[in-house]
Every structure is written in C-alpha cells, then in structure tokens.
Design a protein around this ligand. Structure first.
Ligand SMILES: Nc1ncnc2c1ncn2[C@@H]1O[C@H](COP(=O)(O)OP(=O)(O)OP(=O)(O)O)[C@@H](O)[C@H]1O
Length: 422
C-alpha cells in the first residue's frame, strides 16, 4: 500500500530526515513515535506530497506521490497537526468546499457531506460556524475533511494533541473505526496511544528510523536480560537465605522489597542481594533449607518456629514431585530477580522453591515496556553530545521556529488539496 524507500530530506539548516525506509500493508494501523524534532511531520508531509524529498521514492499503491501527484493524492487523506479549517464557514459549507476540492463528483457531494456528518458524529452542528466548534469537534471535522474523498491511506499527525481526556477517548475510538477500512499512519507523543490503537510502531529519532515492530514485541526484542518479579510465601529471613544462596551461585541479582505491595509503589526497593550480600546477611541467619523439607503431612517450621505450610510428598516414584496441602502462609516476600545473560531460570527457580517448601504466590516475567524502549532509543546522551557539537559548528540554526533555515520553497507546487501549506 505505502512504500517509503530510502527517503531523506535535508533542510538548508541541516537536520531533516535521513534514509527513512519502511512499507505499510493494507489495513495496518501504524504508530509513528518520536521526540520533538525527530522528523515525524517532515516524513508525513513527504508521504502526503506536501514536501519534496531530497532523495528517495514514496509510492502509494504503486503511484509516486511526486511524479503522479494527483492520482496518488486521491488515495491519501491527511490530517495535519493544524487542520486546514476555515473558521468563517459553517460545517456544512466547509465540507462541501473540501468535497469539491478533492474531486468528489458534483452529484455525490451533498450525500458525501451528510455521510461525513453522520460518520464523524457532527449531527446537529451542520449550520454551526467552524470558529465556534470545540477543539474535539474541530478534530472530528479535520478527520472528516481527511476522509471525504474515500482515501485508502490515512495520515494523521498527532490527532489527539491538545484534546481533553474525554475528547481523546472519542477521537481514538473514531480512529479505531476508521482503521477498519483504511490503512492508517498516525504520529503521536503519547505512548499509550500506540498500545491502544496500533498493530505496529515505528520509532524515529534524530531523523532516523530506529525501531519497527509490534508494540508488544519490541520490548522483548530489546531485552538484554531475563527478569521476573516474584512473590514467595513464607518467613522472610528464610526466603532471603534460599534466594540469596541460589542467586549467588547463579550470578543472578535478587532485589527484595521490604513491605507489602502498595498502590503506586515502586515494586522493587530496598535490599539487594547479590552474591556477596547473600553471604554476609541472609545466608548466615538460617540453617540449610533442605533440612526443612518435611515428609508426608508434616508441618514446615521457619527459623523462628512459625508454621509456614504443610507439605506432602506425592509419590515415591518421583521424590521431587511435591504438592502443597493445607497451606497456611505466615507472610510473603516480593523480589525482582534479574539474569544479565537472558537465560530463562523460571523452571530452576520453581524447583528450588518447591524443594524448600516456599510456595510461589506470583511469578511474572518482566518485559521492557514501550516506554522503556522509547527512552532507551531516544535518550542516548552520547548522541546528544555529538549532535550538540555538530549544531554548534553550524552557522545556521536548525530550528524551524526561527525561520532562518526554512527550505519550504522546495515544496510540492501542487496546492490544490485543501491541506496544510506554510
Ligand atoms: N522548514 C524547515 N526548515 C528547516 N528545518 C526544519 C523545517 N521543518 C523542520 N525542520 C527541522 O527538521 C527536524 C525534524 O522536524 P519535524 O517537524 O519533522 O519533527 P517532528 O518529529 O514532527 O517534531 P514535533 O514532534 O515537535 O512536531 C527538526 O530538527 C526541525 O527543526
């Protein structure tokens, strides 16, 4: 549906985007994430034909957006950051104007406007002037102008920016609906938006594409450790001993939290057990755990003689097979266990704790969140320093807001679009 091949844009002042390369299949909703100034708008403006790339090719359904601009643009709907609305027109007359501009046949225009009004929930506001619409309704109208010519590809530049929470929910559900029969590329600063709406995420940083993948997969792909959070039932000191010894032997970091979980609390705090600490503190306080594993039906006592649980050896053919019965848990400990070598230690951990009669109450594999990935990819201080020195060497400011470096004069000459022009 969309092919962006090795596309670069160099502004007079320097930064733009470099060798952006990706494609989108029909029906995909793709989130375009990046910090301020990363190149999202530049890329979207090139895709929609409002800006000429310095190099590279962009096609929509096989049509070049620059060499076959008119045909290609009929397949694209664009909601720029600032929707091109005319405040003096009414909703109705504005939509009629855009329908005409986008080549909707005259006999269909009235019907198409009515369809947009109903689809975007603008009923009752047809005669209202655009100026008096709330921000949320302006955004609905912006979406209406983007889809009035029934494009296949929708390009939405920060569609929920500046909206209040209920408007955000409304616009997101509209985008979700639009995604049922459009291919959608949307830029956003809001990470949850990507999780809520998108099948795939592209992350751009400093003009370069640095990640392309499904939102729930990229965390696992970037993970360079194996980590689980764990809640173990039993007496604290004993759990620390068992986990501490094992962690030391396996080179695993165990961070134990002190209190019960509380809402909003950072799940891991306080005491960290690695090899050395385990030796000096936890390991020295209790007898070997194996001594505590009971025979059938016996109670297990902790080091302070608190009853933790009762354990039953299930079958002599399989002495390692244990079943907890009549369990009474006197307390629990939560921990984050991290292996730097990405090795999955869950089975080993399960056996360790089962043999020590320490029941696992919760075990959860930790993956990097989209937020973690985003921060990792976009906040590289070394890159910032390099960037800053490059900027300092240049006589012209790179920032668009100062106007000095603008190269908008090289934009597409085709202004017949009702879209954003600067
Ligand atoms: N017309 C222009 N002339 C010169 N430089 C520009 C121009 N437009 C953008 N830039 C520069 O190109 C880079 C990418 O800008 P762009 O607006 O595409 O980023 P963005 O990811 O959309 O940012 P934001 O999230 O803040 O909207 C920035 O360094 C910006 O300063």
């Amino acid at each position: 549906m969309l092919e962006v091949k090795q596309v670069s844009k160099k502004y007079d002042g320097g930064r733009g985007v470099q060798k952006i390369d990706f494609s989108m299949q029909r029906g995909e909703i793709v989130g375009f994430l990046g910090p301020n100034g990363a190149g999202k708008t530049t890329t979207m403006r090139m895709i929609t034909g409002y800006l000429y790339p310095t190099e590279g090719i962009i096609t929509v359904d096989g049509l070049s957006v620059h060499d076959e601009a008119r045909k290609a643009r009929s397949k694209i709907g664009y909601l720029p950051e600032m929707p091109p609305l005319y405040p003096d027109l009414t909703v109705d007359s504005y939509l009629k104007f855009v329908a005409k501009l986008r080549g909707v046949p005259a006999r269909e225009q009235k019907l198409r406007v009515a369809e947009m009004v109903s689809r975007l929930g603008l009923n009752g506001r047809e005669r209202q002037s655009v100026r008096h619409l709330s921000k949320g309704y302006k955004q609905r109208l912006g979406l209406a102008q983007a889809i009035i010519h029934k494009p296949d590809l929708l390009v939405l530049d920060e569609p929920t920016s500046g909206l209040d929470p209920s408007q955000i929910i409304e616009i997101r559900s509209l985008i979700r609906e639009l995604g049922e029969n459009h291919t959608v590329l949307l830029s956003t600063h809001i990470l949850q938006e990507v999780g809520a709406l998108c099948d795939r995420v592209l992350i751009i940083n400093r003009g370069e594409l640095v990640m392309d993948g499904a939102p729930d997969e990229i965390g696992a792909r970037m993970e360079n450790r194996f980590a689980v959070t764990l809640e173990v039932g039993g007496e604290r000191e004993r759990i620390e001993t068992v986990l501490g010894r094992w962690a030391e032997a396996r080179g695993i970091t165990a961070e134990i939290r002190t209190g019960p979980p509380e809402a909003g609390e950072n799940p891991v705090t306080s005491l960290a057990i690695d090899g050395s600490e385990a030796n000096s503190s936890a390991a020295s306080t209790a007898a070997p755990d194996q001594d505590r594993v009971s025979e059938k039906g016996e109670s297990i006592m902790s080091s302070d003689n608190t009853k933790i649980s009762t354990i039953e050896k299930t079958h002599s053919e399989n002495p390692e097979s244990l079943a907890l019965s009549n369990t009474q848990i006197s307390g629990s400990v939560r921990a984050l266990l991290t292996a730097g070598d990405q090795q999955d230690f869950r089975v080993e951990l399960f056996r360790l704790l089962a043999e020590a009669d320490l029941p696992i109450l919760e075990l959860h594999k930790e993956n990097l969140t989209l937020e973690d990935v985003f921060l990792k990819l976009t906040s590289d201080p070394a890159a910032s320093a390099a960037e800053d020195s490059t900027v300092a060497d240049k006589p012209v400011s790179l920032n668009r807001s100062d106007g000095a470096a603008s190269s908008e004069t090289t934009d597409s000459p085709d202004a017949n679009s009702g879209g954003e022009r600067e």
